[in-house]
Design a protein around this ligand. Structure first.
Ligand SMILES: Nc1ncnc2c1ncn2[C@@H]1O[C@H](COP(=O)(O)OP(=O)(O)OP(=O)(O)O)[C@@H](O)[C@H]1O
Length: 345
């Protein structure tokens, strides 16, 4: 269990301010935020690698705010591996043991178990130079877990990996978390990673916590336009409350309940928007006539921009559907969405 109580870390030109957070025992928590928002500073303050200016950190009920790193029983894994090139895999895994007061027989048993769990049996005598990215990251996980930590901190553990190994390490992390039952806290700027791995998420902006909640909550019910945009709501419009709903981009959107629109923003996820050639939308859908402005291939999907009056909507479509409807730039279409997909801030 991790407990941050108004954690404040002041650095030259940047500060983490009053971050309070509770991560339950055995939980997988993801700390999300754009680059430079302070995620690593928070992680490193938990590990004892940066000085905490004010507030406190407790792990499993114990105040560790001023303890040196080696007395915290916390493992940390970085994106760039940081393995010793001159040591074998086994020596890298065992390197940290000397700094901890551990029962060596138990430590050896634990390492044998980790080597098996992480599938490292065939590479324990190799040096890091001869390992793939996925293998290096599995070695780092074994090294961080060798000291039997109660908390494992992961700083963007997937971002240096190419896509195939990323998938592999994602599965490894899920399996490790399931089998070891310890608390995981992972920093990432990729919401899809958090969606796959984490139970709960905290979104950081500029050193402050913007929202904490279940991954589903953050995804479906972002608390403000910043979080909405961060979790992929690509349709964000200036809006205002009107007689029967809300107005934006020269359009009117009736809503079943009166909207509270304090920040004057309406947001929609691209995947909640449907396109049709003819207007066949059923009740419950809000729909507008528009024109396809742009079709951009994006991997397995195409991103389609549709202009309806002054509002330019973004939606996504798989290649097969796009082909079967023969949609092209310049085509007149109807665009619709259900009112419960609309978020108003
Ligand atoms: N030791 C330090 N001294 C001064 N400034 C620092 C120090 N460590 C980090 N910073 C600054 O604090 C800010 C937050 O950095 P941090 O590494 O926590 O961001 P982040 O959210 O992890 O970003 P990224 O996703 O790019 O890793 C940055 O502006 C960074 O330059």
């Amino acid at each position: 269990m991790i407990n941050l109580d108004q954690l404040t870390v002041k650095l030259p030109g940047f500060a983490v301010q009053d971050v309070s957070l509770q991560v339950a025992p055995g939980e997988f928590f993801a700390l999300l935020g754009p680059t430079g928002s302070g995620k690593t500073v928070i992680l490193e303050s938990i590990a004892g690698l940066v000085h905490v200016t004010a507030g406190g950190i407790r792990v499993d009920g114990k105040d560790i705010t001023r303890l040196p790193p080696e007395q915290r029983r916390i493992g940390i894994v970085y994106q760039d591996y940081a393995l010793f090139p001159h040591l074998t895999v086994m020596d890298n895994i065992c390197y940290g043991l000397r700094y901890f007061d551990l029962d060596m027989q138990q430590a050896r048993q634990r390492i044998d178990h980790l080597v098996e769990l992480l599938g490292l049996q065939n590479i324990i005598h190799r040096r890091p130079l001869h390992l793939s990215g996925g293998e290096k990251q599995r070695v780092c996980l074994a090294r961080a877990l060798s000291v039997n930590p109660s908390v494992l901190l992961l700083d963007e553990p997937l971002s240096a990996l190419d896509p195939n190994f990323r998938e592999e390490i994602r599965r490894v992390l899920k399996k490790l978390h399931g089998e070891l039952g310890i608390t995981f806290m992972m920093v990432t700027h990729d919401f899809s990673e958090a969606l796959y791995l984490a139970d709960r998420v905290g979104v950081i902006r500029n050193g402050r916590m913007e929202q904490v909640g279940s991954t589903e909550d953050i995804f479906l019910r972002p608390a403000n336009p910043f979080v909405a945009e961060f979790v992929g709501m690509k349709n964000i419009f200036a809006a205002r409350v009107a007689d029967q709903g809300i107005e934006f981009g020269g359009l009117s959107c009736p809503l079943p309940e009166p909207a509270i629109c304090r920040q004057g923003v309406l947001a929609l996820r691209p995947e909640d928007i449907v396109l049709q050639r003819e207007n066949g939308f059923s009740d419950g859908y809000v729909h507008y006539a528009g024109v396809i402005e742009q079709i951009v291939p994006a991997g397995l999907w195409h991103e389609i921009s549709v202009r309806c009056r002054e509002a330019c909507f973004k939606t996504i479509m798989d290649r097969k559907t796009l082909m079967s409807h023969s949609y092209n730039e310049g085509d007149a279409v109807y665009l619709g969405f259900q009112t419960d997909a609309v978020r108003v801030f």
